[in-house]
Design a protein around this ligand. Structure first.
Ligand code: URA
Length: 253
């Protein structure tokens, strides 16, 4: 964590005192990256807006090489195939392919951005600082990764030095995620961070504009929130994140 960043302990206190929190400016790093997901983002179809909730459905055209095959794989074959993937240059520097963690029959599927250094070593998503904070956020709404969640990322391999995923990397990896969602068939999806949110909604909007609504990804309710790593850098996003988790909990019942 950078010097001056809020400590986890402070954030726990902030979370437990959500009513007292002030709203900070909501500006995610890299909001101007208009080219993000350019190969996937035009397929989102807005179905309607009721009571402040936007409903979006999306079907991907699946133009990436190999998508037809991937879309017919069962879970074991999909994981095995992703584990040997060489479709983009990220395979050259990765230590481990990071496919998923949690239960395949979980009601909630959480989708992040890409593995970091710790995840690349462990082969498990969200095991670093951001992951610990995500676990804490889940605990605040009585959910636990151990019991009730399936977690994966848009990218299965770590981008060098944790740089942002590139549009072609996302396009090449997309069939794995699309099939993963189809096979896990979650009741609810939580997208954490800009890349997952834009991928799943098909909307090239800043996260601050995307969050706060309930979407539909191929019929599955989709909630969007800040990436825990971004939240660790800006505690002003704590209150909206708290609200997003309350919305998630409400949808899950
Ligand atoms: N950030 C992510 O988006 N995913 C991980 O697995 C770890 C950090």
């Amino acid at each position: 964590m950078k010097p001056g960043s809020p400590r986890l302990e402070d954030l726990i206190v902030l979370l437990s005192r959500s009513k007292d929190l002030g709203l900070g400016a909501i500006v995610l790093d890299g909001l101007t990256r208009e080219e993000i997901l350019s190969s996937n983002l035009d397929s989102g179809v807005e179905l309607g807006r009721t009571g402040g909730e936007t409903v979006v459905d999306q079907s991907f055209s699946g133009t990436s090489a190999g998508v037809e095959v991937v879309s017919e794989m069962n879970y074991e074959v999909l994981e095995e195939t992703a584990g040997h993937c060489q479709k983009c240059a990220l395979c050259e520097k990765r230590n481990r392919v990071v496919f998923a963690d949690g239960h395949r029959d979980a009601r909630l599927m959480i989708i992040g951005e890409a593995p970091g250094a710790k995840e690349d070593q462990a082969g498990i998503p969200f095991v670093g600082h951001a992951g610990k904070f995500l676990d804490l956020l889940l605990a605040s709404v009585s959910l636990s990764r151990k019991d009730s969640v399936y977690i994966c990322n848009v990218l299965k391999c770590r981008p060098p030095a944790n740089r942002d995923p590139l549009p072609d990397e996302i396009a090449m990896c997309a069939p794995y995620l699309t099939q993963q969602i189809a096979l896990v068939a979650p009741e609810v999806i939580l997208a954490v961070g800009t890349f997952a949110a834009q991928f799943l909604t098909g909307k090239k909007l800043p996260l601050g504009k995307l969050r706060g609504s309930t979407y539909s990804y191929k019929g599955v309710p989709l909630v969007i929130t800040y990436h825990p790593a971004a939240l660790l850098r800006n505690s002003g996003w704590t209150r909206p994140t708290w609200e997003d988790f309350q919305l998630l909990r409400k949808i899950m019942g």
